[in-house]
Structure formats: C-alpha cells, structure tokens
Design a protein around this ligand. Structure first.
Ligand SMILES: Nc1ncnc2c1ncn2[C@@H]1O[C@H](COP(=O)(O)OP(=O)(O)O)[C@@H](O)[C@H]1O
Ligand SMILES: [Mg+2]
Length: 447
C-alpha cells in the first residue's frame, strides 16, 4: 500500500519547493525594486542639487557683501539682510528648479553666510554634514528634520568664495522620494497578495490532490475486492461441492465401518474422522472467504437486540467434555428495539463473541452490554481472556492475521467490513493477560 502513496507526497514536496522559491524570488525582487527606486529618486535629487550648485558657485564668487577677515568669511550686509538681492531666495521663487526647500551657504565655523530665509542669516549651527563636507572636500548627502518637522534631503558641496572655504547646502523636499516609496510599498503589498493567494491555492490544490488520491485508492481497493470476491465465489463453488462429497462419504464410511463389521477398524475410523473435521474446517474457510470478499447488500429491519444477542450466545455456548467453562452474560435491556440489518449484526456478534470464547483458554467470563446514546447503539463485548498487546490489537483487523493454529484470520476483517456496511464503527481496548473490550457503535436506525 505504501507505493501508490509515495507519488502524491513527492508532488506535494515539489509544489512546496516551487511555492517557497516563488515567494523568495518575489520578496527579493520587490525589496530590490524598492531599494533601486529610492536610489533612483535620490540620484535625481542629487543631480538637480549639482545643477543648482554649479549655477550658484559662479555668482557667489563676486558677491561684494561677502568679505574675508582673518580666516573668516564675513557677510558685511548681514544687518540689512542683503539688500542687493537674495539670489538664493530668487532661485526658489523663480520656479526654474522644483522642490527646493532652502539653500544656505555656511562658513568654516558653521555660521550661515547666506540663506534663502533671510531671518536665519548669521546664525551658527553645529552640523556634522558641514564639517564632513569641509574635511573631505567632496559632496555629502543625507536627511535632516527641519524645525517644522519636515524631513528634507540635503546635498552639501564645498565652495570657495574669495579663496575662503565654505559649504553650500541645497535642501530638497522629499516628496518625489516619498512618492516612489509609496509606489514601491503598494507594489510590495500587491506582490504579498499574489503570494498569499498562491499559497492558499497551493494548499487547496494539495488537499484536492490528496482527496483524489484517497478516492483512487478506495476505488482500487474496491476493484481488488470485487476481483477477489469473484475469484472466491468461483473457488468456493468449485471446492464446496467436492468437499461436500468427501465429507459425506467419510461420514458414511465411519457409520458403515461400525455397522457392517463385527470388528470395526478403529485406526481407519480415526483417519476418517480427521477427514470429516478437516473438511468442516475447509468449509468454514470457504464460508469466511465468501463473506469477506462478496459485496454486501444491506437489508434493514426492526428487531429486538437482546433477543438477537441471546440467540447468538445460545448458539455459541456448547458446554461439553473437556471444554473450559465459559460464563456468558447478556445485559441488554429486554425492550431495546433497533433498526438495521439483522443478519449482518448477527454475523458480527458471532465473530466477536467467538474470539472472546477463543481467548478464554482456561474458562472465564464474557459480558455483552448495549446502550443507546444520541441515536446510536453502543454494544460492548467484554471478556477476561488472554488479551492483546498494542501491536496485536492494531493487526487484529488485518485479513489473514491470526494467532490461532486453526484460525483463518478473517473474523475481524469480516466484522470491520460488515460494521462499515451498516454505517458503524468499531473499537478495541485490550490488555495483555487481563482481557478485551470490543465496542461496536452503529446507528440505532439504519435505513
Ligand atoms: N477477544 C480477544 N482476545 C484476545 N485476542 C483476540 C480477541 N479478538 C481477536 N483477537 C486476536 O486477533 C486475531 C484475529 O482475529 P480474527 O480476525 O477473528 O481471526 P481468527 O479468530 O481466525 O484468528 C486473533 O487470532 C487473536 O490473536
Ligand atoms: Mg475469529
């Protein structure tokens, strides 16, 4: 049975691998796309900043208001807020460059020489970016948060005004970057949706595949049983008739031996008796085979359960010489009426109670109980016989599993089949050396 199950398992593993790979690729590509988009947006801001810086540097050089005193760059028109035109402010207002938040020129010490916002001129700032720009002599980029709470992207360039080193800062609003981030996030969200949908689909696909595989197995099992059933009935018919003759003639010869001879052949009679008993065993085996293999037809009828149980107990209780004493008790309420296939239930009870009898090697007790519960009938057959360990309990239902020298191993396989045919379930609870409780749960009314 293991072989046909291997393929779906392998297919499921492939599907999960494909899903994991797809998920990894999708996540990696969206993260990469997210980073690239931000880089591209920042690059465009840097590029614009370079353009502004290049066009400003020339005009800064001949600013009369900017003077060098000692090692300091001084804005002589500080008080008057550059009456000769604030070129920084003009750049922002003339609309040639979009998205500029402010422009500022710092001297080496961090004092603001020029600013697009005149109110800030002359102030001092302790700023790592300015220090880094002046020390490295190259452009430095980054983000700062303004007093208004707005986050801006800054580009800091080293400039030389009248041979004095300073830093020019151009700050851009970040909305182009934010727009890109929003788009990238949206894209990530939609990719996540697709991934989740893929996993959900994969899950349902696997479930459907498993179900179809189960159905296939059930169909194959049904087909196998049908073939087995056909073979068994042919075999049974072919074996039964000659077997009947063999048994009949052997029985005839036993009687004839006694009646016709003054000195009956005792050894011969013993052999003949063996032929009879072995024939009976073969007959029982063909019966069991037919029962197990034949398709079942259910015919429900209303009947009294305790009467049926008494009937079965009576037919199985055969006290005789050398047979261990078995005390069988039926504790089923006498008025319990149920509606199901009586013959099937009878066969089930015979097989289960026979097993209990077989388990009571040196005699013992068997108790048959029944109760109705939420529309079901729960029948329990308890014995204090040899019991079984867990492994044997599990195997007990397998066809042809037997621990008895003369067993067929079909008893419980037949029970399982018949109980299922009338819509019920079975359960075994057994303890080695202590006994067994066999439970049969069937619908109280099975149509
Ligand atoms: N009540 C029980 N107590 C102990 N062992 C049991 C009991 N019922 C079943 N078994 C075990 O399960 C095996 C299979 O039972 P069954 O299918 O009826 O075949 P068989 O009776 O021909 O051996 C038995 O051989 C026995 O080992
Ligand atoms: Mg049996």
């Amino acid at each position: 049975m293991a072989a046909p199950d291997e393929h779906p398992v392998r297919n499921h593993v492939y599907l999960v691998i494909v899903l994991i790979a797809a998920t990894a690729i999708a996540i990696a590509s969206s993260v990469l796309n997210y980073r690239n988009s931000i880089d591209a947006a920042e690059d465009s801001l840097k590029f614009q900043a370079l353009g502004v810086a290049a066009s400003l540097e020339a005009s800064l050089k001949d600013r009369d208001a900017l003077r060098v005193t000692g090692d300091r760059l001084i804005n002589t028109d500080k008080e008057k807020a550059l009456p000769d035109k604030n070129i920084f402010k003009d750049i922002i207002t003339d609309g040639q460059w979009e998205g500029i938040a402010f422009i500022a020129l710092y001297d080496r010490g961090g004092a603001i020489m020029l600013h697009s916002n005149e109110n800030l001129m002359g102030r001092h700032v302790e700023d790592e970016y300015i220090k880094k720009t002046l020390s490295t002599g190259g452009p430095v980029y980054g983000y700062i948060t303004l007093g208004t709470g707005e986050r801006v992207f800054i580009s800091n360039f080293p400039v030389h005004v009248r041979n004095h080193a300073g830093a020019l800062r151009i700050a851009f609003h970040t909305y182009p970057v934010e727009k890109v981030i929003r788009q990238a996030r949206l894209q990530m969200l939609s990719i996540s949706f697709v991934i989740v949908a893929l996993w959900v689909m994969g899950f349902f696909f696997m479930k459907a595949a498993k179900r179809s595989e189960e159905l296939k197995n059930i169909m194959a099992e049904k087909e196998r049983l049908a073939v087995l059933g056909e073979m068994s009935s042919v075999l049974a018919h072919e074996i039964r008739n000659p077997l009947g003759s063999i048994k009949g003639f052997a029985q005839y010869l036993v009687e004839h031996n006694r009646d016709a001879h003054a000195n009956p052949d005792e050894a011969g009679e013993e052999y003949l008796n063996i032929i009879v008993s072995e024939s009976k065993r073969l007959e029982a085996l063909t019966e069991d085979l037919l029962l197990y293999a034949r398709p079942v037809e259910v015919r429900a009828q209303a009947f009294n359960l305790s009467e049926l149980a008494e009937e079965v107990i009576h037919s199985l209780a055969q006290p005789g010489e050398g047979v261990p004493r078995v005390d069988m008790q039926c504790r089923i309420p006498s008025g319990m009426e149920i509606k199901t296939d009586r013959d099937k239930l009878k066969q089930i009870l015979i097989n289960v109670i026979q097993n209990s009898i077989d388990s009571l090697d040196g005699g013992g007790e068997i108790e048959v109980k029944a109760e109705t519960l939420k529309g079901t009938v729960n029948i329990a057959i308890r014995d204090n016989g040899c019991g079984m360990d867990a492994e044997r309990s599990e195997k007990a239902f397998e066809p042809f599993f037997t621990t008895k020298a003369r067993g067929t191993g079909l008893g419980l396989a037949i029970v399982d089949k018949l109980v299922k045919s009338i819509g019920g379930t079975t359960g075994i609870k057994s303890e080695l050396g202590r006994g067994t409780v066999f439970r049969i749960i069937i619908p109280g009314s099975f149509i």
